[in-house]
Write a protein that binds this ligand. Sequence first.
Ligand code: TIU
Length: 221
Amino acid sequence: MPTVDARPSPFEFDLDTTALLVIDMQRDFLLPGGFGESLGNDVARLRRTIAPLQALLKAWRTTSMPIIHTREGHKPDLSDCPPAKLKRGAPSKRIGDAGAFGRILIQGEYGHDIIDELQPLNGEIVIDKPGKGAFYATELSETLAKLGAKQLVVTGVTTEVCVHTTVREANDRGYECLVLADCVGSYFPEFQQIGLEMIAAQGGIFGWVAESPALLKEIAR
Ligand code: TIU
């Protein structure tokens, strides 16, 4: 079995039962001048994941293993956005308000879609999610069951929010998750570091952590 050098222990995976998750690599979070930056964040901290993710997607696409992209966002009428989530943030920077790239985190808007560098190819799965976790109120469970997936390679943004929530949800559902440190990003360096430590701590309480070259080496075999 392919084995990736990972923390807290080597991660063994089966090429037939592993899916790649790319979480919320959306313009609203990653583009300079966009929603993420308008909240005072340094988007460069997320953009450092783009090149490693491009390399990972390129390699993964040479295999028959599935790729699932997710996008956080809501319907234009906000009927799927809990009032408590809508209330969050400064009055002019709420979900559904006008942003530099369309209404913020609204399906169909330019800013809601995935950045050009990581656009899904035809046939790749895209899951729209209203929450931080990719399982909540989505078809992800059914999709993974249909694919026969047992293990997940998890990438995307942000490490401590949507990546963490999704890994926790996946772990509780019995999936083994490998999180790639260079392919996940946080606006906060300390959250990036601690977020990854929390996953691998206590014998891998939520999963495993590795760098993408260690996985690429195994895919290339
Ligand atoms: N995708 C995701 O992580 N959504 C967020 O709102 N993240 C923040 O860090 N704000």
